[in-house]
Design a protein around this ligand. Structure first.
Ligand SMILES: Nc1ncnc2c1ncn2[C@@H]1O[C@H](COP(=O)(O)OP(=O)(O)OP(=O)(O)O)[C@@H](O)[C@H]1O
Ligand SMILES: [Mg+2]
Length: 366
């Protein structure tokens, strides 16, 4: 596909803050109408990348194309984007209506066009009855809706969000998360959304870009990111509680087998290798807590063992259990109907085909 068919295209983007290189040779192509989430820990360069797309900072090298135009040196207002920040940045002395219309007025739009756009945004965000209030008279969730509305009235092709839900409490976050998803389904704009919250990433994204130290580690749909992480970093970052990791050796031959450092054999003949590898190597086997089966059925799995339960954490919909396998702490998740107690023995098992194998040296998926 050539560059002109993408909604947003980032080519060899490099950005330095003084002597510090924050982004290096970064490439990213985003399709029309796609919801892309930039996910990563604090300081990995998510906001920096978003601000480069928005035109809020001068890049050191590379090009940015939006909607078939090279906008690398264009002003933010000319790029055809709408932006929503974590801090709502509303004008406190203005009503909601004025907050929504102010930017359009400054840009010289006619009165009836401004009215049409404000009415449309208010309808989409269901805040018609809030138009005459001032920000101080709104809840945090309502304020963030106004901030989203301010991006909506620009009728931009591309929306950029920088952690828009971070200031809200857990309940409001999940409510507004659904609203943003509904908004995307209705408008079908391209959306680029920054977060360090993996649940937001998994629930909202068509594709997630997982970042670390300014480098995109994996760019894929949520299903692939969750099931086939490309390296140890992505595997450990996605999933809560985190994937269990066993250190050991992958023995290849007629039947491949993973042998933990403590000598436990885990047959891996059901595992689909990413590439043909013939040599035995130091490896890490990762298995998610929710892919371990406990009690009945465990014995039928390619690997099973009997363990003693150490800690039981009821989570409501499921229960997390802490135990040890092959001299290592292991967490598994089971049905909340299963009555389990510390000290009790239970069979657990899993199929390595549901897990991930990594080369211990390169940390890449095997
Ligand atoms: N104005 C600046 N001058 C120098 N370094 C900066 C500046 N702004 C950001 N940085 C550095 O650039 C790196 C990336 O910062 P950025 O704000 O993009 O991270 P982030 O992924 O958005 O993190 P967070 O989740 O905390 O918002 C960090 O190491 C940060 O310290
Ligand atoms: Mg940030």
């Amino acid at each position: 596909m050539n560059m002109s068919e993408h909604s947003v295209s980032i080519r060899d983007l490099t950005l330095d803050y003084g002597n510090t290189r924050v982004l290096e040779n970064l490439n990213l192509d985003i399709e029309q109408g796609e919801f892309i989430v930039l996910l990563g820990p604090s300081g990995c360069g998510k906001s920096t990348l978003l601000n480069c797309i928005a035109g809020l900072m001068d890049i050191s090298d590379g090009q940015i194309h939006i909607d078939n135009r090279n906008v690398t040196w264009e002003e933010p207002k000319d790029r055809g984007i709408g932006m929503v920040f974590q801090s709502y940045a509303l004008y406190p002395q203005m009503t909601v209506e004025k907050n929504l219309s102010f930017g359009l007025k400054v840009a010289g739009y006619k009165k009836d066009e401004i009215q049409r756009r404000v009415a449309r945004a208010a309808e989409i965000l269901q805040m018609e009855e809030l138009l005459q209030r001032k920000p101080v008279e709104l809840s945090g969730g309502q304020r963030q809706r106004v901030a989203i509305g301010r991006a909506l009235v620009r009728e931009a092709k591309v929306f950029l969000f920088d952690e828009p839900l971070s200031n809200l409490d857990a309940k409001l976050r999940s409510d507004l998360r659904v609203e943003i998803k509904r908004l995307h389904q209705r408008l079908k704009n391209t959306m680029i959304y920054v977060t360090h919250d993996q649940i937001e990433a998994l629930t909202l994204a068509n594709r997630i870009a997982i970042m670390k130290d300014g480098v995109i580690q994996q760019l894929a749909d949520p299903h692939t990111i969750y099931n086939k992480p490309v390296n140890l970093y992505v595997a450990g970052f996605i999933g809560s509680p985190s994937m269990n990791f066993f250190q050991g050796t992958l023995q290849t031959g007629d039947e491949t087998c993973f042998v933990t450092d403590s000598g436990t054999h885990i047959p891996t003949s059901s595992y689909q290798f990413a590439r043909a590898s013939s040599d035995s190597c130091s490896a890490v086997l990762g298995i998610r807590p929710e892919h371990i089966i406990a009690g009945e059925g465990a014995r039928g799995m390619p690997f099973s063992t009997r363990v003693e339960i150490e800690i039981v954490e009821p989570m409501g919909s499921n229960t997390l259990v802490w135990t040890r396998v092959a001299d290592q702490a292991v967490t598994f998740s089971c049905d909340s109907d299963q009555l389990l107690a510390p000290g009790q023995s239970i069979d657990i098992g899993f199929d390595p085909a549901r897990g991930s194998l990594f080369d211990a040296e390169s940390t890449l998926r095997l």
